[in-house]
Design a binder for this molecule. Structure first.
Ligand code: ADP
Ligand code: MG
Length: 210
Protein backbone atom coordinates (compact mmCIF):
# COMPACT_ATOMS: atom_id res chain seq x y z
CA UNK A 1 0.00 0.00 0.00
CA UNK A 2 1.21 3.50 -0.80
CA UNK A 3 2.44 5.61 2.11
CA UNK A 4 0.49 8.86 2.54
CA UNK A 5 2.54 11.82 1.30
CA UNK A 6 3.29 14.00 4.34
CA UNK A 7 1.83 17.49 4.06
CA UNK A 8 4.59 19.98 4.83
CA UNK A 9 3.96 23.00 6.98
CA UNK A 10 4.97 26.54 6.19
CA UNK A 11 7.55 28.99 7.53
CA UNK A 12 6.45 32.62 7.54
CA UNK A 13 8.85 35.38 8.60
CA UNK A 14 7.66 38.85 9.56
CA UNK A 15 10.51 41.34 9.67
CA UNK A 16 11.46 45.02 9.48
CA UNK A 17 12.72 47.70 11.88
CA UNK A 18 11.33 48.56 15.31
CA UNK A 19 7.82 50.06 15.21
CA UNK A 20 7.09 48.53 11.78
CA UNK A 21 4.21 46.44 13.15
CA UNK A 22 5.87 43.02 13.35
CA UNK A 23 4.24 42.11 16.65
CA UNK A 24 0.92 43.54 15.48
CA UNK A 25 1.07 41.41 12.32
CA UNK A 26 2.10 38.29 14.24
CA UNK A 27 -0.78 38.82 16.67
CA UNK A 28 -3.19 39.37 13.76
CA UNK A 29 -2.16 36.10 12.08
CA UNK A 30 -2.35 34.16 15.36
CA UNK A 31 -5.82 35.52 16.10
CA UNK A 32 -7.04 34.60 12.61
CA UNK A 33 -5.64 31.09 13.03
CA UNK A 34 -7.62 30.79 16.25
CA UNK A 35 -10.77 32.00 14.51
CA UNK A 36 -10.15 29.16 12.05
CA UNK A 37 -10.13 26.86 15.11
CA UNK A 38 -6.46 26.05 14.77
CA UNK A 39 -4.54 25.44 17.94
CA UNK A 40 -1.86 28.03 18.52
CA UNK A 41 1.21 28.30 20.75
CA UNK A 42 3.17 31.52 21.04
CA UNK A 43 6.59 32.16 22.56
CA UNK A 44 9.02 34.99 23.13
CA UNK A 45 12.57 35.12 24.49
CA UNK A 46 12.62 36.28 28.10
CA UNK A 47 14.77 39.27 27.17
CA UNK A 48 11.56 40.96 26.03
CA UNK A 49 9.62 41.65 29.22
CA UNK A 50 7.57 44.54 27.88
CA UNK A 51 4.16 44.75 29.47
CA UNK A 52 3.67 41.10 30.41
CA UNK A 53 5.62 37.92 31.01
CA UNK A 54 2.71 35.89 29.71
CA UNK A 55 1.96 37.63 26.42
CA UNK A 56 3.52 39.35 23.45
CA UNK A 57 2.63 42.98 22.99
CA UNK A 58 2.86 45.55 20.22
CA UNK A 59 3.67 49.23 20.65
CA UNK A 60 0.00 49.85 19.98
CA UNK A 61 -0.92 47.59 22.92
CA UNK A 62 -2.27 44.61 21.01
CA UNK A 63 -1.49 41.47 22.96
CA UNK A 64 -1.53 37.72 22.57
CA UNK A 65 -0.89 35.08 25.19
CA UNK A 66 2.70 33.78 25.02
CA UNK A 67 5.16 31.75 27.06
CA UNK A 68 8.59 33.17 27.75
CA UNK A 69 11.53 30.99 26.84
CA UNK A 70 15.12 31.20 28.08
CA UNK A 71 16.65 29.81 24.87
CA UNK A 72 16.01 27.44 21.95
CA UNK A 73 16.51 24.35 24.11
CA UNK A 74 13.88 25.63 26.52
CA UNK A 75 11.56 26.26 23.57
CA UNK A 76 12.05 22.70 22.34
CA UNK A 77 11.38 21.27 25.81
CA UNK A 78 8.15 23.21 26.21
CA UNK A 79 6.91 22.70 22.69
CA UNK A 80 7.49 19.06 21.93
CA UNK A 81 5.37 17.51 24.71
CA UNK A 82 2.33 19.45 23.42
CA UNK A 83 3.21 19.36 19.73
CA UNK A 84 0.50 16.89 18.72
CA UNK A 85 -2.13 19.39 19.90
CA UNK A 86 -0.65 22.40 18.11
CA UNK A 87 -1.00 23.48 14.50
CA UNK A 88 0.44 26.99 14.56
CA UNK A 89 3.58 28.16 16.38
CA UNK A 90 4.40 31.85 16.74
CA UNK A 91 7.65 33.33 18.04
CA UNK A 92 8.19 37.06 18.55
CA UNK A 93 11.58 38.81 18.88
CA UNK A 94 13.21 35.81 17.22
CA UNK A 95 16.39 37.85 16.62
CA UNK A 96 17.33 37.20 20.25
CA UNK A 97 17.42 33.42 19.81
CA UNK A 98 20.51 31.47 18.77
CA UNK A 99 20.99 29.96 15.28
CA UNK A 100 19.67 26.70 16.77
CA UNK A 101 16.20 28.09 16.07
CA UNK A 102 16.80 27.61 12.32
CA UNK A 103 16.92 23.77 12.27
CA UNK A 104 14.10 23.74 14.84
CA UNK A 105 11.92 25.84 12.52
CA UNK A 106 12.63 23.50 9.61
CA UNK A 107 11.92 20.45 11.77
CA UNK A 108 8.54 21.89 12.78
CA UNK A 109 7.71 22.68 9.17
CA UNK A 110 8.64 19.11 8.18
CA UNK A 111 6.17 17.93 10.83
CA UNK A 112 3.43 19.89 9.07
CA UNK A 113 3.31 22.91 11.37
CA UNK A 114 2.71 26.52 10.39
CA UNK A 115 5.61 28.44 11.93
CA UNK A 116 5.37 32.23 12.26
CA UNK A 117 8.51 34.09 13.25
CA UNK A 118 8.72 37.83 13.84
CA UNK A 119 11.93 39.73 14.45
CA UNK A 120 14.29 42.53 13.50
CA UNK A 121 16.29 41.93 10.33
CA UNK A 122 19.06 44.39 11.21
CA UNK A 123 20.64 45.84 14.35
CA UNK A 124 20.99 49.55 15.02
CA UNK A 125 24.49 49.16 13.55
CA UNK A 126 22.85 47.91 10.34
CA UNK A 127 24.24 44.37 10.74
CA UNK A 128 22.13 41.29 10.02
CA UNK A 129 20.44 40.40 13.31
CA UNK A 130 20.93 36.88 14.71
CA UNK A 131 19.09 34.07 12.90
CA UNK A 132 16.58 36.35 11.12
CA UNK A 133 18.37 36.72 7.74
CA UNK A 134 18.81 32.93 7.51
CA UNK A 135 15.19 32.36 8.44
CA UNK A 136 14.18 34.83 5.72
CA UNK A 137 16.22 32.87 3.19
CA UNK A 138 14.59 29.59 4.20
CA UNK A 139 11.03 30.86 4.59
CA UNK A 140 8.06 30.11 2.34
CA UNK A 141 6.83 33.64 2.85
CA UNK A 142 8.64 36.78 4.02
CA UNK A 143 6.78 39.93 4.99
CA UNK A 144 9.14 42.87 5.27
CA UNK A 145 7.37 45.77 6.91
CA UNK A 146 8.46 49.39 7.13
CA UNK A 147 7.80 51.92 9.86
CA UNK A 148 7.42 55.69 9.54
CA UNK A 149 10.64 57.72 9.63
CA UNK A 150 10.51 59.95 12.68
CA UNK A 151 12.43 62.70 10.84
CA UNK A 152 10.62 62.99 7.50
CA UNK A 153 7.63 60.65 7.52
CA UNK A 154 8.89 58.46 4.66
CA UNK A 155 9.00 54.67 4.88
CA UNK A 156 11.60 53.62 7.44
CA UNK A 157 13.60 50.41 7.11
CA UNK A 158 16.15 51.15 9.82
CA UNK A 159 16.19 51.22 13.61
CA UNK A 160 18.06 54.29 14.85
CA UNK A 161 19.66 54.12 18.25
CA UNK A 162 19.44 57.49 19.97
CA UNK A 163 22.16 58.95 22.17
CA UNK A 164 25.69 57.75 22.72
CA UNK A 165 24.96 55.00 25.23
CA UNK A 166 27.43 52.11 25.19
CA UNK A 167 24.95 49.87 26.98
CA UNK A 168 23.90 46.57 25.54
CA UNK A 169 20.49 46.02 23.95
CA UNK A 170 17.61 47.33 26.04
CA UNK A 171 14.46 45.91 24.55
CA UNK A 172 11.78 48.42 23.69
CA UNK A 173 13.13 51.08 26.01
CA UNK A 174 11.23 54.31 25.51
CA UNK A 175 13.17 56.97 23.65
CA UNK A 176 16.19 54.77 22.97
CA UNK A 177 15.33 53.79 19.44
CA UNK A 178 13.31 55.24 16.61
CA UNK A 179 12.48 54.30 13.03
CA UNK A 180 14.42 56.06 10.26
CA UNK A 181 14.51 56.01 6.46
CA UNK A 182 17.76 55.49 4.53
CA UNK A 183 18.42 59.25 4.33
CA UNK A 184 18.03 59.88 8.04
CA UNK A 185 19.63 56.72 9.40
CA UNK A 186 23.12 57.07 10.82
CA UNK A 187 24.24 53.79 12.34
CA UNK A 188 25.87 54.13 15.71
CA UNK A 189 29.19 52.34 15.56
CA UNK A 190 32.24 52.35 17.76
CA UNK A 191 35.54 50.51 17.71
CA UNK A 192 33.73 47.30 18.67
CA UNK A 193 31.35 47.54 15.73
CA UNK A 194 28.36 45.30 16.18
CA UNK A 195 29.98 43.41 19.06
CA UNK A 196 28.19 45.75 21.42
CA UNK A 197 24.96 44.07 20.42
CA UNK A 198 25.71 40.86 22.23
CA UNK A 199 23.03 40.25 24.77
CA UNK A 200 23.62 40.83 28.45
CA UNK A 201 23.75 37.69 30.54
CA UNK A 202 21.65 37.07 32.50
CA UNK A 203 18.87 38.87 30.61
CA UNK A 204 17.31 41.97 32.07
CA UNK A 205 14.87 41.10 34.81
CA UNK A 206 12.97 44.33 35.21
CA UNK A 207 10.01 45.12 32.96
CA UNK A 208 10.65 47.98 30.57
CA UNK A 209 7.76 50.04 29.27
CA UNK A 210 7.98 50.91 25.61
P1 ADP B 1 7.30 46.10 16.05
O1 ADP B 1 6.90 44.78 16.65
O2 ADP B 1 7.71 46.00 14.60
O3 ADP B 1 8.31 46.86 16.87
P2 ADP B 1 4.67 46.90 16.89
O4 ADP B 1 3.72 45.92 16.25
O5 ADP B 1 5.03 46.65 18.32
O6 ADP B 1 5.99 47.02 16.00
O7 ADP B 1 4.10 48.37 16.83
C1 ADP B 1 3.56 48.95 15.66
C2 ADP B 1 2.82 50.21 16.12
O8 ADP B 1 3.76 51.15 16.63
C3 ADP B 1 2.11 50.97 15.04
O9 ADP B 1 0.83 50.45 14.76
C4 ADP B 1 2.00 52.36 15.65
O10 ADP B 1 0.86 52.44 16.50
C5 ADP B 1 3.20 52.44 16.57
N1 ADP B 1 4.29 53.33 16.11
C6 ADP B 1 5.05 54.09 16.93
N2 ADP B 1 6.03 54.71 16.24
C7 ADP B 1 5.90 54.34 14.94
C8 ADP B 1 6.61 54.64 13.72
N3 ADP B 1 7.68 55.43 13.72
N4 ADP B 1 6.20 54.05 12.59
C9 ADP B 1 5.13 53.24 12.59
N5 ADP B 1 4.42 52.92 13.69
C10 ADP B 1 4.78 53.46 14.86
MG1 MG C 1 7.59 43.74 18.29
Amino acid sequence: MQQPIPIPGILEVITGPMFSGKSEELIRRLKRARIARQRVACFKPDIDLRYHRSSIASHSSHTHEASTIANVEDLRERLFPQLAEIEVIGIDEVQFLSPAVIPLALELVALGKRVLMAGLDTTFSNEPFGPVPNLMALADKVTKLSAVCMVCGQAAIHTQRLGQSQELVVVGAAGLYEARCRTHFSPFTDEHGSEQLELPAPPLQTPITA
